[in-house]
Ligand binder design. Structure first.
Ligand SMILES: [Zn+2]
Length: 529
């Protein structure tokens, strides 16, 4: 039985946390169509749907600036994006870590997402961002969707399989593509400097792109170049771009990832603080877990994967280079043995085992097992391991420049032959349950701000991220006493509890009044509300 769509909704008797950081208040709100048409006393008013939120918190829908629903392709394969909607996410910004699914200079540029997704079955019927948005608007989107422009994706379209610096003429082409996509509504450009097709990018090129984006009032987002003992240098590089190009810069999933990076976190935080004092607009996002989900080849010494997947596979088969990289891997101090193979889209049977289990089964060394696994999976392996310290998560979450982001794609409860990171299901409830209610690291008001108005400000969204009259009605009603993430590393496919209602553009998308297949999202465009 399909529920009728309510045109007017009242949410009353709840505790309102409006997203600005302002202290909570006992105000009701009234929704008409897709808009909040009033905040005040609606205890006696009537509407198509009246929700009694006694004992509950009413907050703005969460804005996830660090989404991978495009690059893992689940935007198309999991049309309802349930794992995001059920945790209260109402808007996602895609195109992160250097890769977007538009604009494509040519269809082959989509290869820039093949480190995450199996692109062999992908059907493309767009090239430009405007064309992608036409496709999405026709299909419908379950939540609000915006994007950054992937630097690696555009670069790949221009340079094809070549991996080198761009010429002046190519930079001119790059500029044209960026200008067009920004005009189509992109929010800026993202970089994936650790990845094989981007780690050739010079500081000069970063600044050049930064200047383009600055003149179009966008921002830059960075997956850092190094996760090792050069972690702090990578943060310094981002800040240098912000300073020289006068452009807002944002660091993706900031974390000290692995033992070599841990001692560098102090310096990295200091660099951010100094930059903020010097007037650089720098921010970062963080997901609240000590577990990382990473592309396996990225752990290898960088020369070994340079030039991309084909080169990597050739080097694995070359006896001399193979022996050399195994030597280096032994000296890296990276715990390959405990890595859990989470995803291998070209060879799904590999998922669910640790490297050590496979090594024991085959009688080969851990290093040889890593290389053989890459070969068996056509180079595309994603691993999960606990490489981040809990105290660092706390420190970064509490930092004045951090916002919460999933760094994940949306899924549903169906197991498709791969393990996902629990952050896909639990990021936002986990921050509230663990770091606000249980550990009191943040106030409710402060944490909600990091999920709503701050990300909206970074994006320049005028009418989302704050509950006030005439803003879009993206609303979450949660129970502060029971809210809890339930997804774990071993059992990631679990929805959180305590997120009671979610509304996107005034439509109930989660909870007892949920519409069937609501597709309530809008396309988010820079400069529009
Ligand atoms: Zn990334």
């Amino acid at each position: 039985l399909a529920l009728p769509t309510p045109r007017t909704i009242i949410i009353k008797n709840g505790t309102l946390i409006d997203g600005t950081g302002k202290e909570r208040s006992q105000l009701d709100l009234s929704i008409r169509d897709d808009i909040i048409d009033g905040v005040g006393d609606y205890k006696k008013a009537s509407a198509d749907l009246v929700i009694d939120a006694t004992g509950k918190f009413v907050v703005p829908g969460f804005i996830d600036v660090q989404s991978h629903s495009d690059s893992y392709w689940t935007l198309f394969t999991v049309p309802n994006q349930d794992s995001l909607v059920e945790q209260g996410v109402t808007s996602i910004i895609m195109g992160n870590c250097g890769s977007s699914i538009a604009p494509l200079v040519e269809p082959d540029a989509i290869k820039s997402i093949q480190k995450w997704a199996d692109i062999s079955e992908v059907q493309l019927n767009w090239l430009t961002l405007a064309e992608l948005y036409q496709v999405l608007e026709k299909r419908g989107v379950p939540l609000n969707v915006g994007t950054l422009i992937g630097h690696s994706t555009v670069r790949r379209g221009i340079l094809k399989e070549e991996v080198r610096e761009m010429t002046a003429e190519e930079l001119g082409m790059f500029r044209k593509v960026v200008e067009d996509a920004m005009r189509d509504g992109a929010f800026g450009v993202s970089f994936g400097l650790a990845y094989s097709h981007a780690n050739f990018t010079t500081l000069a090129e970063l600044i050049e792109v930064g200047k383009m984006v600055s003149s179009l009032s966008g921002y830059l987002s960075f997956h850092l170049r190094f996760d090792d003992e050069r972690f702090d240098e990578s943060v310094a590089e981002v800040i240098e771009v912000g300073k020289q190009a006068h452009v807002p810069v944002h660091i993706s999933h900031l974390r000290a990832n692995g033992t070599a990076a841990w001692p560098k976190l102090d310096r990295a935080v200091e660099l951010v603080d100094e930059a903020v004092r010097a007037g650089v607009d720098v921010s970062f996002n963080i997901y609240p877990y000590n577990i990382t989900l990473s592309v396996l080849y990225n752990y290898l010494p960088q020369w070994f994967s340079r030039g991309g997947k084909t080169k990597l596979l050739e080097r694995i088969k070359n006896e001399r280079l193979r022996a050399r990289v195994i030597e280096e891997m032994r000296r890296q101090g990276i715990n390959y043995a405990d890595m859990l193979i989470a995803q291998a889209p070209r060879n799904r049977a590999l998922a669910g085992k640790t490297v050590n289990e496979m090594a024991l089964g085959s009688g080969l060394s851990v290093e040889e097992t890593v290389l053989n696994t890459l070969l068996a999976a056509d180079g595309q392996v994603i691993v999960m391991d606990a490489t981040v310290r809990d105290e660092d998560v706390r420190r970064l979450l509490a930092h004045a420049r951090s916002v919460v982001g999933t760094d994940a794609a949306g899924y549903d409860l169906r197991y498709r032959g791969e393990l996902v990171h629990p952050r896909s299901f639990g990021t936002f409830p986990r921050v509230i349950a663990k770091y606000v209610r249980d550990e009191r690291l943040l106030t409710f008001e402060g944490a909600i701000q990091k999920m709503t108005s701050w990300p909206a400000a970074r994006l320049g969204l005028q009418r989302r991220g704050i509950i006030k009259s005439q803003n879009f009605a993206d609303i979450v009603v949660l129970d502060p006493a029971t809210v809890q993430d339930e997804a774990t590393k071993d059992h990631p496919y679990r929805f959180p509890t305590g997120i009671e209602h979610v509304f996107i553009n005034g439509k109930p998308v989660h909870g007892p009044f949920k519409q069937a297949n609501p597709m309530a999202g809008y396309i988010l465009r820079r400069g529009q509300s």
